[in-house]
Design a protein. Structure first.
Lengths: 284, 95
């Protein structure tokens, strides 16, 4: 936790107390979510993945290597932030305590976020951003496809919209990875380094907790392990075309779903949340 | 980024069925597939389009601005070429 975030803590304390039904003390923040219904936790985790990666992509705005990509990356970011909004709004309704999408996005702390670690990894160079996007989208595209058959009508509806967006994310990131891997000596070196760096965060995409397993059994959530063949096929095809070698199986990092994050998330949230916390309820 | 690695492409979009593709602008991209994606990202963000074309700018042969008098000036006095002497029935739609 960075000192900036800690400073934000104390600054927004009064605003939080004023919220009816809001949590009262900070240490309870992560646990409060875990103790909530499995459906709430599940929907929030879908939202957190999308928001955190969406915010990461938005950090490219104004800095992308070309004008075209400077528009393309925020397009991808807005797809993800849009998905997050739908999921947060639904989660707020499930919880029924009056928390809206803003409360869930801006007024939870690092340990309350349950996104996968892959999503919060820093942008690095353009190759790292494209590899991260490919590894994520190659999972989420077939995942949302499967989720359209959910017995939960709201989730099926959100998934139906998101699946088209993720198809484009796969296409865009795959085309770039192919050209970077099979490009110049430097682009290849960067793409290979990014792949090695990020690979250990891919295992978490397939992890499920008890609550999520129960939802899979009830036909609400999707068995993440069932996505593996589709993910493998996409990744193998793209890496082969990119002439990049698929990394050997390695120890996989995890903990994001339980609120244990890499050092990067806290700093990202500090920046993402500062405006809303300084001016609660601000709109523009 | 050098021009040879990221050449220029002209973008044409069709905004609804029945109307022809119109020139929208240009993008830089390494090849046709990426040019199509860049065109989609840059020129169709507000639901403008149902179809996109990209064409290498180098494939376009353009008239020389210096020739505009001999090419275009002579038509200025030929008003009878405008279809303004009869009414177009509504059923015809776009002309």
């Amino acid at each position: 936790m960075s000192s900036t975030t800690a400073a934000l803590q104390s600054r927004r304390a009064p605003a939080r107390k004023a919220k009816a039904g809001g949590r009262t003390s900070r240490p309870a923040a992560g646990k409060a979510d875990a103790a909530s219904s499995p459906l709430f936790s599940y929907v929030v985790s879908l939202a957190d993945d999308a928001l955190v990666l969406g915010h990461r992509l938005s950090e490219w705005t104004g800095y992308a290597p070309t004008l075209e990509e400077d528009i393309a990356l925020p397009n991808l970011a807005l797809d993800l932030i849009g998905q997050a909004r739908f999921f947060y709004a639904y989660a707020g309704e499930i919880e029924g305590k009056g928390r809206d999408e803003d409360a869930l996005a801006y007024l939870r702390d690092e340990h309350g976020f349950s996104n996968v670690l892959l999503a919060e990894q820093p942008n690095g160079d353009f190759a790292a951003t494209m590899l991260r996007q490919l590894l994520y989208a190659a999972f989420m595209h077939p995942y949302f496809q499967a989720l359209t058959a959910s017995k939960d009508a709201r989730l099926a509806e959100i998934a139906a919209k998101a699946v088209k967006e993720m198809a484009y994310h796969v296409r865009h990131s795959a085309e770039w990875v192919i050209r970077l891997g099979d490009g110049t000596e430097e682009s290849r070196r960067r793409a290979a380094a990014a792949l090695d760096e990020l690979w250990m965060y891919t295992g978490e995409l397939f992890e499920m907790g008890e609550g999520e397993r129960a939802l899979v059994g009830a036909g609400v959530a999707v068995d993440r392990e069932s996505i593996r063949p589709a993910w493998d096929a996409t990744i193998n095809r793209v890496l082969a075309e990119a002439t990049l070698e698929r990394p050997a199986p390695c120890g996989m990092q995890s903990g994001g779903r339980a609120g244990r994050h890499t050092e990067y998330l806290g700093r990202m949230l500090a920046e993402m949340q500062v405006l809303h916390r300084a001016h609660p309820g601000v709109t523009w | 980024m050098s021009e040879t690695m990221m050449p220029l492409w002209e973008v044409f979009i069709r905004n609804r069925s029945g109307l022809p593709h119109k020139h929208a602008g240009s993008v830089h991209a390494p090849d046709a597939a990426m040019a199509l994606q860049a065109a989609r990202d840059v020129y169709t963000r507000r639901g403008e389009s149902v179809s996109v074309w990209v064409v290498p700018s180098s494939a376009i042969t353009a008239s020389d601005p210096a020739d505009k008098d001999e090419l275009f000036e002579p038509t200025g006095t030929k008003v009878y070429r405008h279809p303004t002497f009869y009414e177009v029935p509504e059923e015809v739609g776009h002309m």
